[in-house]
Design a protein around this ligand. Structure first.
Ligand code: PLP
Length: 381
């Protein structure tokens, strides 16, 4: 066989999915594994959303739709953006996508030329770099100060002649931290001074505790150079529906849309009707899920320091980010093998020495997981 694409060969498979697969394999063998490595809410999709999708299916919404998405969904996204995020967008600046992940892929393809660079703020989610690489670009890594988890002016040192984009993710996966206005303003100033585009991944915006979520596009003139990414997976427990969206200036959106048209065409038509119901329906379901996550967060905020772990401020999403003594890959392997608790080592997010715990797991299981980790840690000393 002739050699395959070197570009794709250079990309790592998704480490978080690999770990989840290993935990599933152990569970299939009858081992009671507690997974704290999962990046999805452990709730069912609210029934009014499922009903809207079923109704759409029943009335025959089973054909091709406009490639940017059904007008009803685009309208609902624009309204939500104005009301909740505090900036305006025209419907033609919105694309409904197959999950936020595909919106990110479209954005990288649309913006980055071969050899250009994007800056990632570490710890960073696993799929940004492969998406940048698939577009032919390269990543420069900037590490957040592990005391503050906020951006400081050393970010400017990462900018080169080739920089095209800065990727921002708040609330953060994996750190569970939230950027304040100072951090966002620093990013905005650099984007404006160096004529860069920002990709602002706000998929966890509904899961913020005590603080407030601020959209990067509301800072200064950033609306003219920000690609805002969002979706339904985390806020509405709709991971399997594969529905997300992007909001970006028209010039960028046109480029992204071409990639969508020639790859997936558009998200599944009847699924998009579920998205309309999610945005226009009662938001009590979102609050209920956030309240449950918050109870688990508070449990971990008390438990982790008592177990001797230093944790990043638990301000958003459903992750806690803890410092571990030693090799995070080895510790994660030990916890899985001996304590039967699956976690994600920080190295996969470019931050060795840390571990991500997902609290998208019911409180009793979370308690049990902490007991197992405590016992394992004692046993190994
Ligand atoms: C930071 C971040 N962005 C984007 C995504 C992708 O979400 P979706 O399910 O909408 O593709 C995830 C999912 O884990 C995520 O954690």
């Amino acid at each position: 066989m002739k050699s395959l694409s070197e570009k794709v060969a250079a990309i790592a498979s998704s480490a978080t999915m690999d770990i989840a697969d290993q935990a599933k394999r152990m569970a299939r063998e009858g081992i009671d594994v507690i997974s704290l490595s999962i990046g999805e809410p452990d709730f069912d999709t609210p029934s009014h959303i499922k009903d809207a999708c079923c109704a759409a299916l029943a009335r025959g919404e089973t054909h091709y739709a406009p490639s940017n998405g059904i007008p009803e969904l685009i309208q609902a996204i624009s309204e939500k953006c104005r009301k909740e995020n505090g900036f305006s967008c025209r419907p033609e600046e919105v694309i409904a996508t197959c999950g936020a992940k595909h919106a990110i892929y479209l954005a990288m393809e649309a913006v980055i030329n071969a050899g250009e660079e994007a800056i990632l703020i570490d710890p960073a989610w696993v799929s940004y770099e492969p998406c940048i690489q698939m577009a032919g670009g390269r990543v420069r890594h900037y590490s957040l100060n592990p005391k503050t988890f906020q951006v400081d002016d050393t970010l400017a040192e990462k900018i080169s002649q080739k920089t095209r984009m800065i990727v921002v993710n708040t609330p953060s996966n994996p750190a569970g931290t939230v950027f304040n206005t100072t951090s966002l303003s620093l990013v905005a100033d650099l984007c404006e001074d160096y004529d860069l585009i920002a990709l602002s991944d706000e998929i966890y915006e509904k899961l913020v505790y005590e603080k407030e979520h601020i959209s990067l596009a509301t800072i200064g003139d950033m609306v003219h150079r920000t690609i805002t990414i969002n979706g339904f997976s985390k806020a509405y427990a709709m991971t399997g529906w594969r529905l997300g969206y992007s909001i970006a200036p028209l010039e960028i959106t046109r480029q992204m849309l071409k990639v969508q048209q020639h790859s997936v065409s558009h998200p599944t038509t009847f699924v998009m009707w579920g998205g309309v119901a999610a945005l226009k329906g009662d938001q009590a379901c979102v609050n209920q899920m956030r309240t449950e996550f918050d109870a688990r967060r508070k449990f971990l905020m008390a438990e982790l320091p008592a177990m001797g772990f230093e944790a990043a401020p638990m301000e958003g999403a459903f992750y806690s980010w803890i410092r571990v003594p030693g090799d995070d890959m080895e510790i994660a392997r030990r916890w899985l093998e001996y304590a039967h608790v699956a976690v994600t080592p920080g190295s996969v997010f470019y931050a060795p020495g840390w571990i991500r715990l997902s609290y998208a797991t019911a409180l009793p299981r979370l308690r049990e997981a902490m007991t197992r980790i405590a016992n394992q840690s004692e046993g190994s000393d």
